[in-house]
Ligand binder design. Structure first.
Ligand code: ADP
Ligand code: MG
Length: 331
């Protein structure tokens, strides 16, 4: 059955059935969702768009994986602030000839990860698209008033840390695009690309630790994402490239296929690990698995505006196309 046969309201009816609103909340079915406010909490809001051909290829990703990932990348933004996700809104533009089963699988992936992290789907919009699928998810979360961890909070003398291994997702994507024959390692890397796990519990614990300063999630690779923290905080950093945590699957795959692990770990995106800075004292107290990868430094005065001050120590070559002081791209 195609979406033309099911109709807009048939599809919304199915979504509504699959996502009942939690007790005390008005969800799908009215003009607005109604969410009671909790006093003493800040509301966190973020939104992300996924466009077929730009962010995914319909014949390379299963609808289950795409549903999972659409929610995951948004939940990760709440994790990056140190918040608890509460609700999502899902807007879709779909070609009318799309199979209703495709959307069913998409919703199954979306539901599975949403349930796992306690986020209720409370509304959205459904419309037709001439040929490409577009997906927009808005996520709401909460954190104690004033406790959100901002990119601008890094301080000279902080350690730079990440919650887990880097480069797996980029290696998984490379394997998919190059059609590399699948073994257990390749499958593990591909799963990290298609089924990322937002670090929500880790973000909450980090935000509750005094001395944890700036935080963000890694969606574009640390080579690019770390700059956002440094720019926002007006500081520089020294990164110890040999200290970057690499999974055994990535190390074995890079050794076998001659891929550059450091380039994948710094330049490749979509790891959805948390990148954060904290005082050395706080680092000793952390109850979240993490790796120290460098130090925040004072910004060197000779750095021109628009240039980022990162020294990649121990790199065998230029790191993923990033020089020490690469000018930031205009976009
Ligand atoms: P309106 O015309 O008032 O915008 P719609 O007919 O677009 O209402 O939507 C009806 C209800 O279904 C609303 O509560 C809306 O939030 C919800 N809804 C529509 N599309 C989706 C979707 N893709 N996912 C979740 N909820 C949806
Ligand atoms: Mg509408």
């Amino acid at each position: 059955m195609s979406l033309t046969d099911l109709g807009e309201f048939g599809l919304i009816g199915r979504i509504r059935k699959r996502f009942p609103a939690p007790e005390g909340v008005t969800g799908i079915g009215d003009d607005c969702a109604v969410i009671p406010q909790r006093s003493g909490q800040d509301t966190l809001v973020s939104t992300d768009m996924l466009v077929e051909g730009t962010h995914f290829l319909r014949d390379r990703v299963s609808p289950f994986q795409l549903g999972w990932k659409s929610a995951a990348v948004n939940l990760s933004d709440i994790a990056a602030m140190g918040g608890q996700p509460t609700a999502t809104f899902l807007s879709v533009a779909l070609p009318p000839d799309l199979e209703a089963d495709w959307m069913g699988e998409f919703l199954r992936g979306y539901a599975e990860i949403s349930a796992r992290f306690g986020a209720a789907l409370l509304g959205g919009d459904t419309t037709a698209s001439p040929d490409r699928i577009c997906i927009n998810v808005t996520v709401l979360g909460e954190c104690p008033a004033g406790a959100a961890r901002l990119r601008s909070a890094a301080q000279a003398g902080d350690l730079v840390c990440v919650t887990s291994t880097l480069g797996d997702s980029a290696a998984g994507l490379k394997a998919i695009l190059e059609g590399v024959e699948t073994d257990a390692d390749i499958q593990a890397l591909i799963n990290r690309h298609y089924l990322p796990l937002p670090r929500v519990a880790e973000g909450l614990r980090l935000a509750a630790t005094p001395g944890v300063h700036a935080m963000m999630d890694i969606s574009d690779g640390i080579g690019s994402d770390l700059r956002h923290i440094l720019e926002a905080s007006g500081v520089g950093a020294v990164i110890d490239v040999p200290a970057l945590p690499l999974s055994p699957a990535l190390q074995r795959t890079c050794a076998r296929l001659g891929w550059d692990a450091a380039a994948l770990a710094t330049g490749g995106g979509e790891d959805y690990e948390l990148l954060f800075t904290c005082t050395p004292e706080a680092e000793k107290m952390l109850d979240v698995p993490h790796t120290v990868i460098g130090t925040v430094t004072e910004r060197r005065s000779r750095i021109e505006p628009g240039m980022t001050d990162i020294e990649w120590r121990g790199a065998e070559g230029p790191v993923a196309g990033f020089d020490h002081f690469k000018r930031q791209s205009p976009v």
